[in-house]
Design a protein around this ligand. Structure first.
Ligand SMILES: Cc1cc2nc3c(=O)[nH]c(=O)nc-3n(C[C@H](O)[C@H](O)[C@H](O)COP(=O)(O)OP(=O)(O)OC[C@H]3O[C@@H](n4cnc5c(N)ncnc54)[C@H](O)[C@@H]3O)c2cc1C
Length: 508
């Protein structure tokens, strides 16, 4: 097996890792530290392909990182001009007379997080850092409890796991410090959190699923730079979630819907909720004469401050949403992800100077976080999740009993999916593994009606034929990982597929 050694390894090229790598390179130069090697591995084929966000961005972290970001062409094209929060009934709306502070977006930008990520990637590459695309981290390498690097996924295996002509083996990338910036429910981060019990004494982490579409609308309906957040329709009382409408430039609108994955109704289908949302007169009118141009789905870490795991240990740090950096009250995580990355970089440069990557040395990251504005922001909204969700159970434990098979028409999902650009090499081992099919057919059908058909926003799970067997289409997967989070028996395992597979969002 091939082995590579670097000083610092980042997993994931999202806003967290890219901000970290940029800051780290700058600090290495400033401190005259010679011959430090940094590598970033990213599972998507191209920059930003797996990034999906609303997005209204608070620019505070970006301003700190690259003060002249506007002059340098950061794609932050639309400063917010008008901001509303509304409660929707089936056909009506009530606009909040006063904007709650968390929803105030004056000074923020509507943007594509995917495009921002591409731009940040370019800035990082200009600093001389290598980003290895189509390179998923499949396994963490340990020496006892010390993280010593990551094993990448092999490429070129067929469905039965045999080598094809284009086979390329796994590579072990060894690093003095491994920084996990995989986003929400990162597969390596989750396994690390479990193995080292990093959530001991913390509240459970919870997730929500966000489904997003981009539309090109008619010029008459367009009001550039307007932001609307909604509560109410189509969700029933007791289900946590809401919608957004962000009007960008070029007559484009980002429309999306988020639902907390601690819902109880096995029939819940977030993609379908978004379709219902679009029938509300406010949105239906906006979209009349328009055309949908993109679709995607992704999960969000929503637990907040009390659900953040320990962020450091021997040889590793957790940054961005992998570490729970997200302010649910504001539905914002980009600035926190970036800030966490910058704090991690400041810690790592000290470790490089002292050649000490122990848990004690890296605990400095938590101290820096505790003293930062990011902590203050997360602290101020620390009860937000708990107010709405008492959170006594894991997200997979909340479904209520439903002794009937719920059968869905997948055609809507499949046509939406086309607009996500999703692509996986078909002839490869399934990256979604059902550990016990008997449970699906014998228990889940009777007890919950096979809710996987509903909770997956990409139609990966389907019940087919007279025998009503479960059929998987892993090549449809958009990497949101809702299946592993919500499956009521915890028998669905999401693993990274061969590098380069997944959605191709470009502008989400
Ligand atoms: C629906 C939705 C709406 C949102 N709206 C907003 C908003 O309006 N404003 C805002 O500020 N925030 C918003 N957020 C949150 C924000 O997008 C995230 O907090 C932010 O993108 C997190 O950055 P990150 O770098 O931690 O992770 P991500 O942006 O998720 O990036 C992680 C990267 O790591 C890669 N990766 C993952 N695992 C591996 C692996 N094993 N090997 C290699 N690569 C891997 C992924 O492909 C991805 O490119 C929203 C999120 C969602 C889902």
């Amino acid at each position: 097996m091939e082995q590579i050694e670097v000083d610092v390894l980042f997993v994931g090229a999202g806003p967290a890792s890219l901000a970290a790598a940029y800051r780290l390179s700058a600090l290495i130069k400033k401190n005259n530290l010679p011959n430090i090697s940094i590598a970033i591995i990213e599972k998507s084929k191209e920059p930003g392909d797996h990034i999906l966000s609303g997005a209204v961005m608070d620019p505070s972290a970006l301003r700190e990182l690259i003060p002249d970001f506007i002059e340098r062409g950061a794609p932050v094209d639309t400063p917010v001009k008008r901001d509303d929060v509304m409660f929707l009934t089936r056909n009506g709306k009530f606009t909040f007379p006063i904007l709650p502070p968390a929803f105030q977006n004056h000074g923020n930008f509507i943007l594509s997080a995917g495009k921002l990520t591409q731009w940040l990637g370019e800035q990082v590459q200009k600093m001389g850092v290598d980003i290895f695309f189509a390179t998923p981290g499949a396994e963490i390498l340990y020496d006892g409890e010390r993280v010593i690097g990551v094993r990448t996924a092999p490429r070129g295996l067929n469905k039965s796991g045999e080598k094809k002509n284009n086979f390329q083996p796994e590579v072990d990338i060894k690093a003095k410090v491994t920084i996990l910036g995989e986003g929400a429910f990162g597969s390596l981060s989750q396994s690390l959190i479990q193995k080292l019990n990093l959530s001991l004494g913390k509240k459970r982490q919870h997730f929500s699923l966000g489904v997003k579409e981009i539309w090109e609308i008619s010029r008459e309906n367009h009001e550039e730079a307007r932001v609307i957040h909604t509560l109410g329709f189509p969700l029933k009382f007791g289900t946590f979630g809401g919608g957004w409408i962000y009007q960008m430039k070029n007559n484009q609108v980002s429309i999306g819907f988020v639902v907390g994955l601690d819902y109880s109704n096995p029939d819940m289908d977030v993609q379908e909720e978004l379709q219902k949302y679009k029938t509300h007169p406010l949105i239906a009118k906006l979209l009349t004469g328009g055309k949908q141009i993109a679709y995607g789905a992704k999960t969000i870490s929503e637990g907040g401050y009390f659900s953040m795991p320990r962020l450091y240990g021997d040889g590793f740090l957790l940054i961005g949403e992998s570490g729970g950096f997200l302010n649910l009250a504001r539905l914002k995580g980009i600035h926190l992800a970036m800030k966490s990355g910058m704090l991690a970089a400041e810690t790592v440069v000290e470790s490089l100077r002292k050649n000490d990557f122990s848990k004690a040395a890296l605990s400095d990251y938590e101290k820096r976080f505790e003293a930062s504005w990011a902590k203050k922001e997360l602290w101020n909204s620390r009860y937000f999740y708990q107010i709405f969700n008492p959170g006594k159970k894991e997200d997979w434990q909340t479904l209520r009993y439903q002794p009937r098979l719920s059968k869905r028409d997948r055609s809507n999902k499949l046509s939406d999916l086309y607009l996500s650009g999703v692509y996986h090499e078909e002839d490869q081992p399934s990256h979604i593994v059902i550990l016990d099919n008997n449970i699906c057919h014998m228990r889940c059908r009777q007890e919950y009606g096979n809710p996987c058909q509903n909770f997956c926003p990409a139609g990966v799970f389907e019940i087919v034929g007279d025998e009503k067997l479960l059929r998987l289409s892993p090549s449809n997967c958009v990497h949101c990982k809702t299946c592993q989070i919500k499956d009521p028996y915890q028998i669905v395992l999401w693993k990274v597929p061969e590098g380069g597979g997944g959605p191709r969002y470009k502008s989400m």
